[in-house]
Design a protein around this ligand. Structure first.
Ligand code: NAP
Ligand code: MG
Length: 436
């Protein structure tokens, strides 16, 4: 029924035919409504996901609003240019919407992901079905209501909660869905590629990561310690781009790890609804057990636990895990190669620039990377050599609707955000006109 509603809205509703300036106004209004309902949405997100209300309110809300405000502007700017093929013809490309886009999204950023995927798809004139993760459907449902209030016509943005294996799978196989934009695990990403082949689904896949955060001896070490800690502990480490591998230059490694361990020990999990809390609860008991299992795997493989490593229940309850640092990790170990998706940092030493780049790229993933150095030449040279869709220099975990985000290698293809993602939500028609 969701696909039929979206198809009908696309084929005979007002949305794709609307004046772009009117679509722009509606989407901009939705951005405003997100800000007007910030406290309510932030609370829902925290109740659903366990992330601190501080993060929901100060990061997720502004990012969702940023997406609708930014992509609203693109509705009026999806232009083509005339192409000088032959004086006898008039040639121009028309950039058209794809039709019905299914956005299948994960539980770690349930509200942000609606903004990342629905905002550009809608701006380009598509109709959208969002399938939130079963664990975290609340904010997507509320955003659906706000979209109607902003003037998005019925059927244009559909929110379809349900299990991945049922609702998600049905969307991937449905002939009425033109494109699937997926964020989640590499395993399900691969499955969606195969399952979508019969109906020739267009795909954007934003998958996992094992992103290296590279600290050179010439970095501002105090700034780097803060950045590296935030890079892995922000969002409880349940972040696709989490800086989950610290690559640190051997000459400063002991000093750096000591500072980092001290910082990790000071960061205590707390009640996610308390505005002072900076580390929340993992999303589920299952995720907590996966994460604690990896800590055990790491120590069995020979890593040295220098901070955290245990469950930290509050009043005997909750899926809280201490910020954890595993030192003496070898890049070949499972805790360096596999996505843990929790507040667990694996520390690996390197000897020089070539060694740093080699170990950083020795991963099936290529989502993001961080570089910490005061040497501007080294920073840019290393950025070019890293196989990663995003490189942060002397910063980590920053996002904006205007900057493309996505993966190299097994971290996926296609891009969310930025002007780049609009290519993935449109198709080009080449028009030839005889004028002689
Ligand atoms: P997942 O299974 O990949 O889930 C992502 C989304 O895909 C959810 O909406 C899920 O629905 C849906 N889905 C599941 N099976 C599907 C299918 N056969 N067809 C269509 N859609 C399907 O991720 P997860 O199980 O929640 O997490 C497992 C691991 O994935 C994590 O530990 C982490 O390593 C990684 N992960 C990565 C990201 C990222 O941002 N790259 C985000 C989340 C998780 P339901 O949840 O309702 O089943
Ligand atoms: Mg799953």
């Amino acid at each position: 029924r969701a696909v039929h509603a979206a198809r009908a809205a696309f084929e005979s509703g007002p949305w794709p035919k609307m004046k772009p300036a009117d679509r722009q106004r509606v989407l901009f209004k939705l951005g405003d409504l997100v800000l007007e309902h910030a406290d309510e949405l932030a609370r829902l997100e925290t109740l659903d996901n366990g992330k601190p209300i501080f993060e929901s309110r100060q990061v997720d809300i502004p990012m969702v609003a940023n997406c609708f405000h930014y992509f609203a502007g693109w509705a009026t700017k999806l232009a083509g240019e005339t192409l000088p093929v032959n004086p006898a013809y008039f040639n121009y490309p028309l950039r058209e919407p794809l039709g019905v886009v299914a956005a299948i999204i994960p539980w770690n950023f349930p509200m942000i992901m609606v903004g990342w995927k629905a905002a550009p798809a809608l701006a380009a004139g598509n109709c959208v079905i969002v399938k939130p993760a079963e664990l975290t459907p609340l904010t997507a449902i509320r955003l659906g209501e706000l979209a109607l209030a902003a003037g998005v016509p019925p059927g244009v943005l559909n929110i379809l909660p349900g299990k991945g294996s049922i609702a998600g799978e049905a969307l991937v196989r449905h002939p009425g869905v033109d494109k699937v934009s997926f964020t989640g695990s590499t395993e399900i990403g691969r499955h969606i590629m195969k399952a979508g082949a019969d109906t020739m689904k267009k795909l954007t896949l934003e998958l996992g990561g094992k992103s290296p955060n590279i600290v050179f001896a010439d970095a501002d070490l105090d700034v780097a310690v803060k950045g590296v800690a935030a890079g892995i502990f922000y969002g409880k480490g349940e972040v696709c781009a989490a800086g989950s591998r610290l690559l640190v230059e051997a000459s400063i490694a002991d000093e750096f790890v000591a500072k980092l361990a001290e910082r990790a020990q000071k960061l205590k999990p707390g009640d996610p609804l308390d505005p002072k809390t900076r580390l929340g609860a993992l999303v589920s008991e299952k995720q907590m057990n996966t994460v604690l299992g990896y800590v055990e795997t790491g120590t069995k493989e020979g890593a040295k636990l220098v901070a955290g490593g245990k469950r930290a229940p509050i009043n005997g309850k909750g899926w809280f895990v201490e910020p954890t640092v595993l030192d003496q990790v070898d890049n070949a170990m499972r805790v360096a190669q596999e996505e843990i998706f929790g507040p667990v940092l694996s520390v690996i030493r390197f000897t020089d620039v070539d060694d740093a780049v080699k170990q950083a790229n020795d991963s099936p993933f290529g989502l993001a990377a961080g570089v910490w150095t005061r040497d501007v030449k080294k920073a840019h040279a290393v950025a070019r050599r890293l196989q990663a869709g995003t490189v942060w220099i002397n910063m980590y975990n920053f996002y904006d609707a205007g900057m493309p985000f996505g993966g190299y290698k097994a971290s996926g293809f296609g891009r969310d955000l930025g002007p780049e993602c609009l290519r993935d939500y449109t198709q080009v028609k080449s028009v030839w006109v005889s004028i002689e």
